[in-house]
Design a protein. Structure first.
Length: 63
């Protein structure tokens, strides 16, 4: 297989995930305000498992 035959990865999105929390308090989801799996002290966007899955489906690379 030459370099020309190598598969091309068109999906350039690399999502950084916050660290999982060991226990409460959990951060609230920025979309639905449900508890997430992430610590409340995390600074940044946090999504609950449902919203995270829906966002992944919405932004998934097709091809």
């Amino acid at each position: 297989m030459s370099d020309d035959d190598a598969p091309v990865d068109y999906c350039l999105i690399e999502a950084a995930r916050p660290p999982k929390a060991d226990g409460p308090p959990y951060a609230a989801c920025v979309l639905c305000r449900e508890p997430t799996e992430y610590p409340e002290s995390y600074k940044g966007i946090t999504l609950c498992p449902v919203c995270e899955w829906q966002e992944a489906q919405r932004t998934a690379c097709s091809g």
